[in-house]
Design a protein around this ligand. Structure first.
Ligand code: HEM
Length: 446
C-alpha cells in the first residue's frame, strides 16, 4: 500500500502512498507539511503566480481569492452563460449529424470547453464552436498554447530548462494570452460603467468582497498554519494574468476527457443510458430545458458523472512535496519523508482496486446512488483530489459536465459504431488519462 521508492523523477525518489489512512495524513491532517504540489526547476516569470504552481503563503492567499470565483452562489450566476455555449453545441451537432452519423466527439467537446471558458472567464465569444472557416486568433492561439500535445511538450520544456538550454516552445501563444488578459483588465479599469459577470471580474472585485459565501473547505488549512481568512485578500496584476491563463490550461482538457468518457460509457452501456434518459426526460421544463436545481439534484445524472470519473480520472496522480522532514504514520511505517521529497497518491489506480470497488473495471453508476454511496470508503474516490488543495473549480466542472450531458442525452442517443475504439486508444501523456478520439454514432431522438 505504500512503497519507499516506486518511482524516480530524475534522481529524486518519489514515495507512492495508496493507503487511505496515510493519504488522510498527507492530504488533510498534516497538510501544513505538504502544501506544495509543484516545484519546477525554473520558474516562469508570469506563470509562477498561478494557483496550481504557487507554494505555501502565496498559495494560501491566492487560494482564498480564487476560491471566491467558484462558490455555489457564483455557479448559479454562471449557469446561463454555460447554457448559451451548450445551446451552440446543440446547433453544431444538429448541423453535422442530421438524424444519425459517426462523430469524433473529442474535438467537439474540446471546442465546447474552450467556448465555456472564454465566455465564463472573460465574456469573450471566441468562435470555438463556430464553422471551420471562422478566423479567430483567440482559437488559433488557444489551440497552440493549451492543446494537450503542446502541453506534453512542456514536459520536454521543463527537462530542457533543467539542463539550461530551454526556450519556451510556444512563447508567442502564451504571450498572446497574457496580452489579452492585461488588455481586458486595463479596459475594465478605464470603463467602470459596464458590468461583467465573469471570473475575471469576480477576481478583480474579490479584494473588496465580504466573504459572504466563502468555500467552507477554505477554513481548514492544516494544523498550525494561519487560516485563509487571516490573509489580506489582494491579488497583483501578474497573478490575475497567471490565473486567467490557468483556467484555460486546467479547464479545457479535463472537461473534454470527462465528457468524452461519459458518452463512451453510455454508448457501451445502453441500460444506463436508458435510465439516464428517463430521469432527464421527466425533469425537463416546458421548453425542453433542464434548470440549475435539476442538474444539481438528479441522482442518476450525478451517479453517471461520478462513475465516469472513477473509471477515467483525468489526472492519474495527486502530488505533494514535503516542506520538512516528516515521519509517516503513527504505527511504525518506518518511513521518513525528507524535506523536498515528492509524494504521490495514485488516484487512477486506487479507483481500480478490487478491495475498494467490486468489479472495478465495470461501469456501474449504481455505486454512486445515494443508498450505496455511503459504502464507498473515505479516500478511495478522489478524482478532484482531497483536502485543502482539492480542485478549486470542482463545482464549476461538475456543473458544466452534468448540464452538457443532460442536454445531450435529452436530444441524442449515443451508440457504439464499428469505428468506436473499444477499449479507447489513449494519448501518450504522462499524467493525464485522455482519449485520442471518441468516435460514436450520434442519433437524434424523435
Ligand atoms: C472533470 C474535470 C476536472 C477534474 C477531474 C479536475 C481534477 C483536479 C485535480 C485532481 C486537481 C489536483 C487536486 C489536488 O492536488 O489535491 C485539480 C486542481 C486544480 N484544478 Fe481541476 N479538475 C477538473 C476541472 C477543472 C476546471 C474546469 C478548472 C478551471 C476552470 C480547474 C482548475 C484547477 C485548479 C486551478 C487547480 C489547482 C488548485 C490548487 O492548487 O489550489 N479544474 N483539479
Amino acid at each position: 500500500m505504500y512503497h519507499k521508492t516506486s518511482v524516480f523523477y530524475g534522481n529524486l525518489p518519489v514515495l507512492t502512498v495508496a493507503a487511505p489512512e496515510l493519504m488522510k495524513r498527507i492530504l488533510v491532517k498534516d497538510f501544513d507539511a505538504f502544501t506544495d504540489r509543484f516545484r519546477p526547476p525554473m520558474k516562469h516569470p508570469i506563470l509562477r503566480h498561478n494557483l496550481g504552481e504557487a507554494n505555501q503563503r502565496d498559495w494560501k492567499r491566492l487560494r482564498a481569492v480564487v476560491s471566491t470565483t467558484f462558490t455555489s452562489a457564483k455557479m448559479r450566476r454562471m449557469y446561463p452563460l454555460i447554457y448559451q455555449c451548450v445551446d451552440e453545441l446543440m446547433v453544431t451537432l444538429g448541423t453535422g449529424t442530421g438524424m444519425s452519423a459517426d462523430v469524433d466527439l473529442r474535438p467537439v467537446f474540446g471546442n465546447l470547453a474552450m467556448d465555456v471558458l472564454a465566455t465564463c472567464a472573460f465574456s469573450i465569444k471566441c468562435g470555438a464552436q463556430a464553422a471551420r472557416d471562422v478566423d479567430s486568433e483567440f482559437v488559433a492561439m488557444a489551440k497552440r498554447a493549451f492543446n494537450p500535445d503542446v502541453m506534453r511538450e512542456s514536459v520536454l520544456q521543463t527537462a530542457l530548462n533543467w539542463v539550461g538550454v530551454g526556450r519556451r516552445l510556444d512563447a508567442s501563444a502564451h504571450e498572446f494570452f497574457f496580452g489579452l488578459i492585461r488588455g481586458l483588465i486595463a479596459d475594465r479599469r478605464r470603463n467602470t460603467s459596464r458590468k461583467y459577470n465573469d471570473f475575471l471580474q469576480i477576481l478583480m472585485d474579490a479584494v473588496h468582497d465580504t466573504d459572504e459565501d466563502m468555500d467552507p473547505n477554505e477554513s481548514y488549512l492544516g494544523s498550525g498554519g494561519p487560516s485563509v481568512q487571516t490573509f489580506s485578500k489582494h491579488i497583483t496584476d501578474d497573478e490575475l494574468v497567471a490565473n486567467g491563463w490557468l483556467w484555460f490550461a486546467s479547464g479545457t482538457e479535463t472537461i473534454t476527457i470527462a465528457l468524452s468518457f461519459a458518452v463512451y460509457e453510455l454508448a457501451l452501456n445502453p441500460d444506463a443510458q436508458r435510465k439516464l434518459y428517463a430521469e432527464i426526460a421527466a425533469a425537463l421544463d416546458t421548453d425542453g430545458r433542464v434548470d440549475y436545481d435539476s442538474v444539481a439534484r438528479l441522482p442518476y445524472l450525478e451517479a453517471v458523472f461520478a462513475e465516469t470519473l472513477r473509471l477515467h480520472a483525468p489526472l492519474h496522480r495527486i502530488a505533494r512535496y514535503a516542506n520538512r522532514d516528516y515521519a509517516l504514520g503513527d504505527d511504525g511505517t518506518g518511513i521518513v519523508v525528507k524535506s523536498g521529497q515528492k509524494v504521490e497518491v495514485p488516484a487512477y489506480a486506487i479507483h481500480h482496486m478490487e478491495e475498494h470497488f467490486e468489479n472495478p473495471d465495470e461501469f456501474n453508476p449504481d455505486r454512486f446512488l445515494p443508498a450505496n454511496r455511503t459504502n464507498i470508503a473515505p479516500y478511495t474516490y478522489v478524482p478532484f483530489g482531497v483536502g485543502p488543495r482539492y480542485c478549486v473549480a470542482m463545482n464549476f466542472a461538475t456543473l458544466e459536465v452534468k448540464l452538457t450531458l443532460a442536454t445531450l442525452v435529452s436530444r441524442y442517443e449515443f451508440v457504439r459504431s464499428p469505428n468506436t475504439d473499444v477499449p479507447p486508444l489513449l494519448r501518450d501523456m504522462i499524467e493525464i488519462h485522455s482519449p485520442q478520439r471518441m468516435v460514436l454514432s450520434v442519433i437524434k431522438r424523435q
